[in-house]
Design a protein around this ligand. Sequence first.
Ligand code: G6Q
Length: 536
Amino acid sequence: MELLTKTNSWKKLENHFNDIKGFPLRTLFSEDAKRAERFTVNDVGILFDYSKHRVSNSTLQLLFELARERKLEEKREAMFSGQKINTTENRAVLHTALRAPKDAVIKVDGENVVPQVHQVLEKMFAFAEKVRSGEWKGHTGKPIKNVVNIGIGGSDLGPVMAYEALKHYSKRELNFRFVSNVDGSDFDEAMRGLNPEETLFIIASKTFTTLETMTNAHTARTWLLNELKDDRAIAKHFVALSTNAEKVEEFGIDTNNMFVFWDWVGGRYSMTSAIGLSTLIALGKEHFTSMLNGFHQMDEHFRTAPFEKNIPVIMGLLGVWYNNFFHAETQAILPYDNYLHRFPAYLQQLTMESNGKSTTLNGERTDYSTGPVYWGEPGTNGQHSFYQLIHQGTTLIPCDFIGFRKPLHNLDNHQDYLIANMIAQGEALAFGKTAEEVKAEGVSESLVPHKVFEGNRPSSTFFLEKLTPENLGKLVAMYEHSVFVQGVIWDINPFDQMGVELGKVLAKNIIPELEDESKSLNHDNSTNQLIEFYRK
Ligand code: G6Q
């Protein structure tokens, strides 16, 4: 594929950028009384207002032209239809099949994968119901009260985020804990107060070889057997979520207690696969199905809506616009709902492990920047910490505000205060406050420059009815697809993660050097020094 910066639409965008970059949002709004309506998509239950972006109609048209020139429509179809678009690993990319209806037909290597997906779902539903109802008993005959998910990265972040986001809908009689870090403190703290007789471990690992997860899983087995002193207890207290039956068996987990998924599900795209078992146990079948349904609605929207009305397409292209033209290096995710406090962390993996690449599909070095840094915290907390920099700092940070009309509590005032703040932040960022306006407030001359807000700081607002399982599904799928759009524009593979390998390999070399102090060290001077310090 032609290098991005050599394409016609890119060149047109460069010229256009020079025309529009100085344009204040104040002017764009004052010249067009209907700007908000024109730059809003209201579909699949999401009001997506992108009018506070530094774009004109022409910007959007040129970005759509770029998407067409980069063959977004064809590539989107290639993903949905099971072609092996993860070329570096020769795999299909079919997280969308995980939430496809029973009668859909999606083939990988000539085989329809949808029946397998639903078979596993049925098995998960049956198991989850047994745990929830108390029918599933531990080794000593007690029902399960504690569910501990052991996994890391894609086998942890989705389950934690979804559990936290949808806690309101969860079965409160069950305790959920998540252990990911190889740091023993994570396991230690998570186990506090838990009775092994009432504890179920879910070992979530696609490969079933990951150092952290296997270390924690072995520690969990020891923890359990120390108390229950019978290997047969494993069958009642351990289940596995994996693609690797051989390794699961080797660990000692009965493969009847294994919930499978497939190589065409990437780790960070796996929360709707068997990896979602803890979410399902927490929520129950009805809510979990409704979450899948939300994902599917967004999949369909992305697949069928014209670019001009397509939320993930517009989001993805706006990201390119800021990253490559305004050289914005980060993107803030600001959910105005405390239940979404792990959402930014979840999106960090989704976006940065997907698009943090600098090699094109042909193996060339990109001469343009790719995935920005994603970060964020829920509002209003962030307002009392880092928003200062977003408002008055020297860095341009596009923001995503996410809010819901209805709260999940009955407390007076809170929701109005929360949402007023979200709306006000977008307004302040976009329009700021001029020196004249500050002076008119009677501020002393010397303080005026400090109190000026330049404005012209872009944001999107995503407004939904209520934080429900269905709406969470839509939000996650929306970001998944916007990441895909950007990967297509940048001509990189969002579905591998070679960049996490080197550190793992080097750690494997260092482990024996820490365990055996007589081993001679042949690293660089600094690495040797650090190892020696640890040994002392
Ligand atoms: C995600 C990555 C990575 C992966 C973890 C855990 O896309 O591949 O975060 O999920 O390394 O891997 P396992 O599930 O194989 O243990």
